[in-house]
Design a protein around this ligand. Structure first.
Ligand code: FES
Length: 166
């Protein structure tokens, strides 16, 4: 997995500083600070971790260590259209794995990856509570149900086209 060097804006920096302040710079609150920052940015780039380390007076290596240890933290930015395939039981028995494979093939991505052009990223989810529509895929907050592998290229095309229009 390659890491992407990203400059964070002054605004983002101030927002992260605010988050650290709201937790009183308490080192025991590091996980909460990281959560809030990820909620705000969608991921935790190295530069954001450095700001947190400085503000909280914690060695950067320790912050990196915590971020890498917990799977709910991510250092990779999501795509503009994040695709999530439900792998819950109902979806799984109705062929979610084939749908996932089709997305992987069509996009050339593995789960957890983002396309180099930043358009799509691929993730798997547990049950999203729409089992009646299994197999289910989310693209951003749009829900697609009762999917067949043939639908995958149409979904990708739909978002690619909308990206061209915007
Ligand atoms: S298992 Fe996929 S929505 Fe419930």
């Amino acid at each position: 997995m390659s890491s992407i060097k990203i400059e964070i804006s002054q605004n983002t920096r101030s927002k992260i500083e605010e988050i650290c302040k709201s937790y009183n710079y308490e080192q025991g609150e590091l996980i909460n600070v990281l959560h809030k920052t990820q909620e705000y940015l969608g991921y935790l780039p190295a530069e954001a971790q450095e700001v947190i380390a400085k503000e909280m007076n914690i060695p950067t290596a320790k912050v990196y260590g915590v971020v890498s240890f917990y799977s709910f933290f991510t250092m990779i930015p999501k795509g503009r259209f994040p695709i999530s395939i439900c792998m819950g039981t109902a979806c799984y028995v109705r062929g979610a794995e084939k749908i996932l494979d089709e997305f992987k093939n069509q996009l050339g991505l593995s789960v957890g990856e983002t396309a180099p052009d930043g358009l799509f990223s691929l993730a798997s989810l547990r049950c999203v509570g729409a089992c009646g529509l299994a197999p289910v895929v989310l693209v951003g907050d749009k829900v697609y149900g009762r999917l067949a592998t043939d639908d995958v290229k149409d979904i990708i095309a739909e978002f690619k086209n909308s990206a061209d229009v915007i």
